[in-house]
Write a protein that binds this ligand. Structure first.
Ligand SMILES: Nc1ncnc2c1ncn2[C@@H]1O[C@H](COP(=O)(O)OP(=O)(O)OP(=O)(O)O)[C@@H](O)[C@H]1O
Ligand SMILES: [Mg+2]
Length: 462
C-alpha cells in the first residue's frame, strides 16, 4: 500500500450513493472504481490493485457476504467496510466475523466515512510495518546463512547437514555443543560461527586449550584466584568464566581436561556460579560451552579417563564433521576458495587450476583434512609462479611404504622409531603436521621425538 494513495472499490447498486461516494473519494485524491453487482466487483478485484472495498450487502445478483468471504479467501490484504441498510444488523455482525474491518450505517455522513477510512488506514499501516519487520528478519536469516556458507566452504550433502546443525546451534542461545572430528576438519571455525551467529555475539568468545595449559594452572585459569591463595597468586585474578560472562567458552581438546577439573567445571556449569581459588564468595555466571575433540570420548569413559556426567553436560548437541576423504565433492570448492584466498594474500593473479589437479586430489586420503589442503595450496603458490596450477605443484604424499621398514632387518625399537619418523617426514614432504598425522601423534610429540633422535629438517633437506 502506498501511503496516501488508497485505491477504493465501491460495490453498490444504488447509483446515487455510489456517485456520491466516488466523487467524495476523488476529491480526497483516492483512486476509485465502482461496481453495481457482485459479478462486476469480482472482475475489478481481479484486475485492479484494490486496497479497500465499501460493500453493500444487498446486491442484484446476490448477497454481499458471499463476496466478502471470497475477498478474504482470495485477496486477504484487501480491507472491507460494510455499508448496511436498516434492519441488517445480524448480517453486519456476521460480516465482521468474516473479517470486515468496519461498517457504516445508511444513511451515513461523510464524517462516518472519514472515520472508517482513517481506522482502516491505521490498520493497514500497522500491517505493513509487520510485513517489513518479518522481511527484515528473514533477510537477516538469509544474510546469516550466506555468511556461514562464505566461511564454511563445501557443497557435499554431508557438509550441508553440518551447516544445518550449526544454524540450529546459532539460533539457540544456551545449548551446549560438542564438535567432533579429525584434525583440521574445521572444528574451531564452527565454534566461532555458532558464537557469532548467536544472541551472545556481542559478548566474548574465549578459546581455552586444555592440552596447552599446565594442569596446575587450569583451575585458577577457569575460576580465578584470590591474592595469596597459592605462591604465585600475587594479585586477585578473574577467571575465564567471569571474563567470558554472557559469552561463549570454547573448550578445545576437551579430552585432555584433567578428571578433577572436569568435576569442578561440571558443578560450575550446572549451578551457573563460580568461586575463585582461595575465595569464599560465589559469582553468578551465564555462559554457553562449546567443546571440541578429535578423540573418541565414549571409549575414554569406558576406560575411566573421562567423566560420563561431564560428557552428558557438554554434549546436548553433537556436531560431527566427517573427514575430507569422505566428502570429495568439497575438494574442488575448497581448492578454489583457498586459491583465491592466497592469491589475494600474496598479491598474485588468480591462477587457473588444471582439472587433473582436482582428479588427483580426490584420490588422496587427506590425513590432515582441510588444513592439509590449505597448506598444499599455499605451497603451490611458492613452488609455482605460472598462471596455471598443475598436478606437479600439488605435492601429494605417497602412502607410507612399509616395505622400507621391513627391508631393515634390525628389530631395535629406537632405531626403527628413528627410521619411521624419517620415512613419515620424507613422505609428507617434511610437513611436520602431516607427518604427525601419519604417525598418529601430535605435532609437539613429533618434534620431541625428532629432538630425541637429533633429526632436523635442515639435515634432511640437504
Ligand atoms: N569447510 C571449511 N571451509 C573453509 N575453511 C575450512 C573449512 N574447514 C576447515 N577450514 C580451514 O582449515 C583450517 C583448520 O580448521 P580448524 O582449525 O577449525 O580445524 P580443527 O578441526 O579445529 O583442527 P584441530 O583438531 O587440528 O584443532 C583453518 O584454517 C580453517 O579455516
Ligand atoms: Mg582446533
Amino acid at each position: 500500500m502506498q501511503d496516501d494513495n488508497l485505491k477504493i472499490l465501491v460495490i453498490e447498486d444504488d447509483q446515487e450513493i455510489s456517485k456520491k461516494l466516488s466523487s467524495y473519494f476523488q476529491k480526497k485524491d483516492f483512486e476509485v472504481k465502482t461496481a453495481a453487482s457482485l459479478g462486476e466487483a469480482s472482475i475489478i478485484l481481479n484486475e485492479e490493485n484494490i486496497n479497500v472495498c465499501f460493500l453493500d450487502l444487498i446486491l442484484p445478483d446476490g448477497n454481499g457476504l458471499e463476496l466478502l468471504k471470497h475477498i478474504k479467501a482470495e485477496h486477504p490484504d484487501i480491507e472491507v467496510i460494510i455499508m448496511s441498510g436498516f434492519g441488517t444488523m445480524d448480517s453486519v455482525i456476521e460480516g465482521m466475523r468474516y473479517g470486515a474491518i468496519d461498517y457504516i450505517k445508511k444513511p451515513f455522513s461523510f464524517y462516518d466515512i472519514d472515520f472508517a477510512i482513517s481506522r482502516t488506514r491505521r490498520y493497514l499501516t500497522i500491517q505493513q510495518k509487520l510485513i517489513d519487520t518479518e522481511n527484515r528478519f528473514s533477510l537477516i536469516g538469509l544474510e546469516l546463512e550466506n555468511r556461514i556458507e562464505r566461511q564454511m566452504i563445501g557443497k557435499s550433502a554431508i557438509i550441508n547437514k553440518v551447516i544445518d546443525l550449526v544454524i540450529l546451534a546459532g539460533q539457540d542461545r544456551d545449548i551446549n555443543v560438542l564438535i567432533t572430528g579429525e584434525n583440521g576438519t574445521g572444528k574451531e571455525i564452527i565454534a566461532r560461527i555458532i558464537h557469532y551467529s548467536s544472541a551472545r555475539k556481542d559478548q566474548p568468545f574465549f578459546p581455552v586449550n586444555s592440552a596447552a595449559t599446565p594442569e596446575s594452572l587450569l583451575e585458577s585459569e577457569f575460576f580465578g584466584h584470590r591474592k595469596g591463595s597459592f605462591t604465585d597468586a600475587r594479585e586477585d585474578k578473574k577467571g575465564l568464566f567471569e571474563k567470558t560472562n554472557g559469552g561463549t567458552l570454547f573448550l578445545d581438546e576437551i579430552a585432555d581436561m584433567p578428571l578433577t577439573l572436569q568435576s569442578k567445571l561440571l558443578r560450575a556449569i550446572e549451578e551457573k556460579k563460580v568461586k575463585p581459588v582461595g575465595g569464599d564468595k560465589f559469582t553468578e555466571v551465564d555462559i554457553r560451552i562449546i567443546s571440541a575433540t578429535n578423540r573418541n570420548i565414549e571409549q575414554m569413559i569406558v576406560e575411566n579417563k573421562f567423566r560420563r556426567d561431564f560428557y552428558h553436560r557438554i554434549n546436548t548437541l553433537i556436531i560431527h564433521i566427517p573427514p575430507l576423504r569422505e566428502r570429495p565433492e568439497d575438494i574442488e570448492p575448497l581448492l578454489k576458495h583457498f586459491t583465491a584466498f592466497f592469491a589475494k594474500q600474496k598479491n598474485r593473479p588468480l591462477p587457473e587450476i588444471n582439472p587433473e589437479v582436482i582428479e588427483g586430489l580426490k584420490k588422496y586420503s587427506f590425513p590432515g583434512n582441510v588444513r592439509e589442503l590449505k597448506n598444499m595450496v599455499e605451497r603451490a603458490f611458492i613452488i609455482s609462479s605460472n598462471s596455471v596450477f598443475k598436478s606437479a605443484d600439488f605435492l601429494i604424499p605417497a602412502k607410507i611404504n612399509l616395505s622400507q621398514i621391513d627391508a631393515d632387518q634390525s628389530l631395535n625399537l629406537e632405531e626403527n622409531e628413528r627410521r619411521i619418523i624419517q620415512i613419515a617426514l620424507s613422505q609428507s614432504n617434511y610437513d611436520q603436521q602431516l607427518a604427525a598425522n601419519y604417525l598418529g601423534i601430535t605435532r609437539q610429540s613429533l618434534i620431541r621425538r625428532m629432538k630425541k633422535h637429533q633429526i632436523t629438517l635442515d639435515k634432511i633437506l640437504k
